[in-house]
Structure formats: C-alpha cells, structure tokens
Design a protein around this ligand. Structure first.
Ligand SMILES: Cc1cc2nc3c(=O)[nH]c(=O)nc-3n(C[C@H](O)[C@H](O)[C@H](O)COP(=O)(O)OP(=O)(O)OC[C@H]3O[C@@H](n4cnc5c(N)ncnc54)[C@H](O)[C@@H]3O)c2cc1C
Length: 413
C-alpha cells in the first residue's frame, strides 16, 4: 500500500505506530508529527528513577536518533498540529505548513491538568508529564528541601516516594479520603497511605489547595482547611486532560477524548485514534472507556495500524497498570470496582500479596504488591472469564497454573 499515513503525537502510541507500519511492510510515506522537541521516549521512569537522575536520559528513548531517517519515517518533532481539516484531509501545523493524508492516526495523548487557584502561576509549581517537566523537578531536588505534592494519585505518590528517597521533607495533600483510590481501590489506598507515613511522608487526606503564596516563587500553600504549609516547591498531580483542542470542528466526534469504536476508528473515515487520547468502545465492558497506561497505548496503536493496513482487529483489553513506589511493585489488572468480596493470597503485613476482587465465581480484578505471577495468571482468568474458588485462590501453596487449569473448560477432543 502506498497511502500517505500521517501520525500526530510522537510518543508511545504514535512512535510505536510508525515503527509497526514500516515493520509490517507499508511502502508509502509515513509522517510523524510531535509537539515535543524530544523523539519518542518512555514516560513511566520520569516519576521514578529518571526524576532522581538514576536512569540516563539516553535510555528513555525508544529508538536511536538516526532510526527514523533510516526507516524513511519523516519526522516533524517540535511541531504542533493546530487544526485537522477533515474535508480537505489535511493537518495544519504551527507555522502554516499543511500535510495531506490518506490515513491519519491521532495519538496526541493528554496534558497535565493545571491548578487555577490564586497563586497558581507562581514559579516553583510543577507538573509532570514530559521529560522537560522531569528535568525541571530534578533541578529542585536536594536533601532537606520541603515539597508539597498536590494530589495523591499514582503520579503524586510516585513523586512523593522519589522525593522522600532523595531526603526531602514531603507533604501530600489529597482532596479524597484516601490516596490512590481511583486506580487501585480503597484497600490499597489505606495500605499505601500507611506505607508512606511509615517512611516519613506527611499524607493529609480530605484536604485541597485554596491558594499559593509567595513573592515570585511559591513559598506557602494555603489549604482548604485553613492551614499554611511553608514549602520550597510544589508538584501537582491532579490528572490529565486529553489533547483534543486541535480537533475542534474537524468532524471527529469528541467526548472527553476522541471517540473511537473497537476498531480504533473515529467518526471520520480513514482517521483512527489510539492511546491516552482515545475514549474507546470496549466490547468486554459493553461501554466506552479510557485507559491511561503504557500497555493500552501500545496495543491500541498496534490494532489501529493493523486496521489501517486492511485488517478488522478488535481492541478489547483487560486493563493492566503498575506503579513503583519505594521497593514495592504495585500492579492492578482488570477492574477495581463492581466486586462483591476480596480474597487475599499472601500477606498484607509482609507487603507481598494479591487481592482478588470477585463477583460470584469470577475474578473482576486483582491488585497485587510484589506478586508478579498472580497478576499474569489473573489476566488470563479475567480475559477468558474462568470460574474460580475462593479456597484455591487463597492458598499460596496452590500454583496459579492449577487455579487456571481447574476452572478452564476441558480441551476439545
Ligand atoms: C510521569 C508518568 C509516569 C507514568 N507511569 C506509568 C506507569 O508506571 N505505568 C503505566 O502503564 N503508565 C504510566 N504512565 C502513563 C503512560 O506514560 C501513558 O499512558 C502513555 O505515555 C500514553 O501514550 P500516548 O502516546 O497515548 O500519549 P502521550 O505519551 O501523552 O503522548 C502524546 C504526544 O502527543 C504530543 N501532542 C499533543 N498534542 C499535540 C499536537 N496538537 N500536535 C503534535 N503533537 C501533540 C504530546 O506532546 C506528546 O508527546 C505514566 C505517565 C507519566 C506522565
């Protein structure tokens, strides 16, 4: 096929899509357009080792600098797409250039949500989405400095752990009653609140930010409960906003993201979307959903590419997410809501356990700490909807392979 395929958003979904198109033998032009100056790189280390300077920047990039030219991928890094003209089938770039396409992949991901309260524009208030952001935060880290983290979601708690390990005095403010609830549910929220407090983080829940004060830089955070917390800098992790402003009026349906069907198709023929920007119809759930994760961005980009090249693949993933805080590897697979009971395997005390979230005799989701095998098996239990018994799940002596085999239908003869 010699179509021109344009990809807007040069990160995980976009970068991987460009690579796959060439690997799968697409002969036509591939144009990869990205607002960031950096070539596609891995974001998860930004809140973990990279933020602490323990992960060389060069290792973040998916591909060597000369990879794109060698593979005839035309790149426009440091260039923002300003408008999609759905009628002319052109992407209009900052600076005035227009790039015509036969097929288009929208992979513009999301931007960090910004605070809007009084003082939110002061220097020293950071967000963490890009390598540039991580570099700026790294420049602030020094033992003894005081950081206030706004938001106890995954990014906030990972930054809290990283800052604490660098010897900073860390306060976390969270408006909800527990940390990490949205991604991992209340039990993990409770446990991680405790773990962070044991390490010396001042985790305050049910508290938001009323305003920031300072002359040029931020010096104090005023909370919604009226306390004043002196600080040297702030990191806010209060969620993301899908990057869709450039698509207004294009004919692509938007609803808190780009709406796509299970084939990654938007409402404009030949225009696809994948990754954090896409709100997709999940046949597994029977409704639209969004998953902001590495695995989803990669697999959805893969499905979009296959379909651009003529297949009819379906994207219907079981969500999988991880978070590294201190020495603990936290993972969740499936859904962390809609369950009727929890069965534990392993010890919460020892911080090595899997919590199986069950509805009837089916696993809806699993949240595990330092339990990689259980997570891998749970993915299969959930995707194939294999029945289980509480007793087998709870017994760490019974290998997960046996749990899978016990519930799986007998092989056809
Ligand atoms: C600090 C951090 C830690 C994370 N940790 C984990 C983790 O542990 N596990 C996990 O599964 N996931 C994690 N994630 C989430 C994961 O990184 C994202 O799900 C993934 O990056 C999504 O990829 P994407 O390509 O869809 O979007 P993005 O990575 O957001 O990339 C979108 C790209 O499009 C560009 N863009 C936007 N608008 C335009 C435009 N108009 N024109 C041109 N370019 C544009 C952006 O600049 C960006 O480069 C983390 C994210 C962050 C920020």
């Amino acid at each position: 096929m010699t179509d021109t395929i344009v990809i807007v958003g040069a990160s995980l979904a976009g970068g991987r899509a460009a690579e796959s198109l060439r690997k799968l033998g697409h002969e036509g032009r591939i144009v990869l357009i990205g607002a960031e100056k950096d070539r596609p790189y891995d974001r998860p280390p930004l809140s973990k080792k990279a933020m602490r300077g323990q992960h060389p920047e060069e290792k973040l990039y998916f591909r060597a600098e000369d990879y794109y030219e060698a593979n005839r991928i035309e790149v426009r890094f440091g260039t923002r797409a300003e408008r999609l003209n759905g009628t002319a089938r052109e992407v209009e770039l900052a600076g005035g250039d227009k790039v015509a396409f036969d097929k288009l992949l929208i992979a513009t991901g999301a931007d960090a949500r910004h605070l809007t309260c009084d003082g939110a524009g002061l220097h020293g208030i950071h967000y963490l989405r890009t390598l540039e952001d991580a570099r700026a935060i790294r420049g602030e880290l020094a033992p003894g400095k005081r950081v206030v983290i706004v938001g106890a979601g995954v990014i906030g708690m990972e930054v809290a752990a990283s800052c604490r390990e660098e010897g900073l005095a860390v306060t976390v403010l969270e408006i909800a009653h527990l940390p990490l609830v949205r991604a991992f549910g209340p039990d993990i929220g409770e446990l991680y609140g405790r773990i962070h407090r044991e390490r010396g983080v001042d985790v305050r829940c049910g508290v938001g930010v009323a305003s920031f004060r300072g002359s040029a830089r931020v010096e104090e955070v005023v909370t919604t409960t009226g306390e004043v917390i002196p600080c040297d800098f702030v990191v806010a992790g209060i969620g993301v906003v899908p990057a869709t402003a450039w698509l207004e009026g294009s004919g692509v349906s938007l609803d808190r993201g780009v709406l796509v069907n299970e084939h990654c198709e938007t409402t404009l023929p030949g225009v696809y979307a994948a990754g954090d920007v896409a709100r997709f119809f999940s046949p597994r759930l029977g409704r639209y959903t969004m998953i902001e994760s590495v695995e989803n961005a990669q697999t959805q980009a893969g499905t979009a590419v296959n379909n651009m090249l003529g297949k009819r693949d379906v994207h219907s993933p079981v969500p999988w997410f991880w978070s590294d805080q201190y020495e603990l590897k936290l993972q969740s697979v499936g859904d962390v809501e809609g369950y009727d009971r929890v069965v534990y395997r392993g010890s919460v005390e020892d911080k090595a356990f899997a919590a199986f979230l069950l509805a009837g005799d089916r696993v809806k989701g699993v949240v595990g700490v330092n339990r990689l095998k259980e997570i891998a098996a749970a993915k299969k239990l959930i995707s194939a909807s294999i029945p289980v018994t509480d007793a087998m799940l709870a017994d760490p002596e019974i290998p997960m392979s046996k749990v899978l085999a016990a519930g799986a239908p007998p092989a056809a003869t």
